[in-house]
Ligand binder design. Sequence first.
Ligand SMILES: *Cc1c(COP(=O)(O)O)cnc(C)c1O
Length: 457
Amino acid sequence: MLDDIATFDWQAADAAYHLHPFSDHKTLHQEKIRIITGADGVFLTDDRGNRILDGMAGLWCVAVGYGRRELIDAATRQMQSLPFYNTFFKTATRPVIALAERLTAMAPGDLNHAFFACSGSEAVDTALRMARTYWITKGKPEKRVIVGREYGYHGSTTLGAAAGGMVDMHRQGARLPDFDHVMPPYWYGYGGQMSPEEFGLYAAKQLETKIKEIGADNIAAFIGEPIQGAGGVLIPPETYWPEINRICRENDILLIADEVICGFGRTGRMFGAETFGITPDLMTLAKGITSGYIPLSAVLVGDRVADVLINETGEFYHGFTYSGHPVACAVALANLDILENEKLPERAARMGDVLRAKLDAALGDHPMVGEIRHIGLIGAIELTSDKRTRRFFEKRGRVGTICRDHCFANNLVMRAVRDTMVFSPPLTISEAEIDEMVARATRAIEATYDAVRAEMA
Ligand SMILES: *Cc1c(COP(=O)(O)O)cnc(C)c1O
């Protein structure tokens, strides 16, 4: 069929044979899906020749933009010399050793060891297993509860989905014992009359309340994304994370920072932990680690947990065939070169402010825009039925879906989370491309507004 690209009906074959992740297949194929055939810089191309501005960097991952020769060459060279060897049997490869050394040197605090896997979900699964193994080794096996947050996203393996706060996932077989959740620091949604600073402390205190309820003696770890990405780019007030640090430390609960989205420059610093002042015991990384060119993830392990795993646990019965895959590690090293040489974290801070100023100018006064928020090159636009009271639409998610479709029709990828439009473009986006992104987003939001008003009339 690849010889017959022009006449083969790719959409029909997709509908017939392919099960998509996170999709309702009945509605998915009512309209023809788009076939993406190429990409360059911040633009995708589809099979009809449209150039689509990728305001999501793939799935939050293509930090250095598409088509980077350096990454392609790194993969090719590694495939030629050694396409695969495992790290189980008293062996390692040079790329995995070099990457472990480099990541731990870059990371904040005492995250001095690295464990590798292939996806964010596997990294989270690994971090949770490490946290529980730590307490088992310390003779406290009853410390096993993992506390996460509503709207948290920690991947799609069963442990990750249970730690996350997506109720739809819990309902489909991922509600497990020994997982609990607290309120997210979502000021726009839950802050009421409180200032963001007051609300940040209030939301953090919910963890303290939860600890009193289940007992610190039963809790292994708290897991949180510095910014909750898939939950709607919930950017915590400045007061939130320092208080979470304190509560975890005082109650002897391990703190896991899930940096799968925030890591590698997205927030304007190399890691979200630096942006928000988080001092994690474990950190999970994926997505931006290879800019999505090839699957890879890592868990960075702080001295407290690493010392126990290394010196007391004995064998840690956990790992993946492709842990530390040499090709993926070689690509990650080349990707880190680009991030550092082109100072992409600093660039994200600068260009994020440019993007925000332009969004404010174009959409800040729009009656359907309740809030625009951002840090670095990650942000959100809250669509509202009442700007003054920050009210949500009646049927959550419907208007967001309309807006997402208008974005797509305007050749812009922005994702809808409920009625919150979220964006995270490649960190290489230029000012002219930002202008184009804002123009397309504005057209999409105005078209959405017209559609919603027409319905109400
Ligand atoms: C995407 C994501 C994951 C899961 O990563 P996969 O590579 O899809 O398994 C975990 N945590 C966070 C914060 C994510 O955004």
